[in-house]
Design a protein around this ligand. Structure first.
Ligand code: NDP
Length: 260
C-alpha cells in the first residue's frame, strides 16, 4: 500500500515537472544553472558546441538529481541549429518549454585598433544574434502556453563597458535591450523576461584572462573576490522560480558590487 502511494507520488511529481532549456550547458555557468534547475525538479535540455564529454557529464549530474536530461549539439550562432534545438527541447518536454536560459557566450578580446572584423562578428553572432535565434521560436511556444520564464545571461561588460571588449560589451548591452523590449512584448501573457549580469566569475572563460589582469580586476571588486558559478545559478533559479512571477524586464547584477 505504502509502496503504491510512493509510486503514485513519484508519477505526480513527474507529470508536474517543468522543462528548462539552457544554451551552453556543458560547463561553467550553464552547467551550474542546469544542475540548480534540476534540483528544483525540472527536466533539462541544454546545448553545447563542441565539448561532448563535458556535455555527457552534465547529463549524468542532472540525472543524479532524479530528473531527465538531454544534451543537444547546436551552435548558438546558427539559426537552423537554434530551431532544431527548440524543436528537440519541446519534444522532450511533451510540447512545453517552461524556462529558457540564454547562456552560451564567447569572448574574442582585443583593443579596438587591433580588433578584426572576424573577432567582432563572431562575438555578435554568438552572444547577440544567437539569443535572438532562441527567443523567436521559444516566445512563439510560450505565447501559446500563456506562461514561461526567460532569463538572458548578460554581463557587467554590457552595463559599464570593459577595455579590450568592444565586441563583447556591445553584444551584452544588446542582450539587455532585447530583454527589455521582449519583456514588454510578452507581458500580456505574464511571461517574464529578465537578464542576469554576472561580474567576474571563476570559469574557463575567466581562466583565460592573464593572472596579473585577474588580480587587478579582483582588487577593483568591492567584495575583493571573484564570484562562483553557484552565485549565478542562484540568481537564475530565483528568476525561474515561483516567487519572481511579477518581476520582468530587469537586469539582476550578480557582481560583488562591481557596478555600484
Ligand atoms: P565558459 O566558456 O566556461 O562556457 C561556455 C559554455 O557555452 C560552454 O558550455 C560552451 O560549450 C558553450 N558555448 C560556447 N559557444 C557556443 C556556441 N556557439 N554554441 C553553443 N554553445 C556554445 O563560459 P562561462 O560559463 O564563463 O559563461 C557563460 C555565460 O556567462 C556567457 O554568456 C558569458 O558571456 C557570461 N558571463 C560570464 C562571466 C564570467 O566571469 N565567467 C562574466 C559575465 C558574463 P562548448 O564547451 O561545447 O564550447
Amino acid at each position: 500500500m505504502e509502496c503504491c502511494l510512493r509510486q503514485q507520488e513519484k508519477e505526480v511529481k513527474m507529470e508536474n515537472r517543468k522543462l528548462a532549456l539552457i544554451t551552453g550547458g556543458s560547463r561553467g555557468i550553464g552547467r551550474a544553472v542546469a544542475l540548480r534547475l534540476a534540483k528544483m525538479n525540472m527536466d533539462i535540455v541544454f546545448s553545447y558546441r563542441g565539448g561532448k564529454e563535458a556535455a555527457e557529464e552534465t547529463v549524468k549530474l542532472c540525472e543524479e538529481q532524479g530528473v531527465r536530461a538531454l544534451a543537444v549539439q547546436a551552435d548558438a550562432a546558427s539559426r537552423e541549429d537554434c530551431d532544431r534545438l527548440t524543436e528537440e527541447a519541446a519534444k522532450f518536454g511533451n510540447g512545453r518549454i517552461d524556462v529558457l536560459v540564454n547562456n552560451a557566450g564567447i569572448t574574442r578580446d582585443s583593443l579596438i585598433l587591433r580588433m578584426t572584423d572576424e573577432q567582432f562578428d563572431e562575438v555578435i553572432s554568438t552572444n547577440l544574434t544567437g539569443v535572438f535565434y532562441m527567443l523567436r521560436p521559444v516566445s512563439k511556444l510560450m505565447l501559446k502556453q500563456k506562461s514561461g520564464r526567460i532569463i538572458n545571461i548578460s554581463s557587467v561588460a554590457g552595463v559599464m563597458g570593459n577595455v579590450g571588449q568592444v565586441n563583447y560589451s556591445a553584444s551584452k548591452a544588446g542582450v539587455i535591450g532585447m530583454t527589455k523590449a521582449l519583456a514588454r512584448e510578452l507581458a500580456s501573457r505574464k511571461i517574464t523576461v529578465n537578464a542576469v549580469a554576472p561580474g567576474m566569475i571563476e570559469t574557463d572563460m575567466t581562466a583565460a584572462v592573464p593572472e596579473k589582469a585577474r588580480e587587478e580586476l579582483t582588487a577593483s571588486i568591492p567584495f575583493k573576490a571573484m564570484g562562483t558559478v553557484e552565485d549565478i545559478a542562484g540568481a537564475v533559479a530565483f528568476l525561474a522560480g515561483e516567487e519572481s512571477g511579477y518581476i520582468t524586464g530587469q537586469v539582476l547584477l550578480v557582481d560583488g558590487g562591481m557596478c555600484i
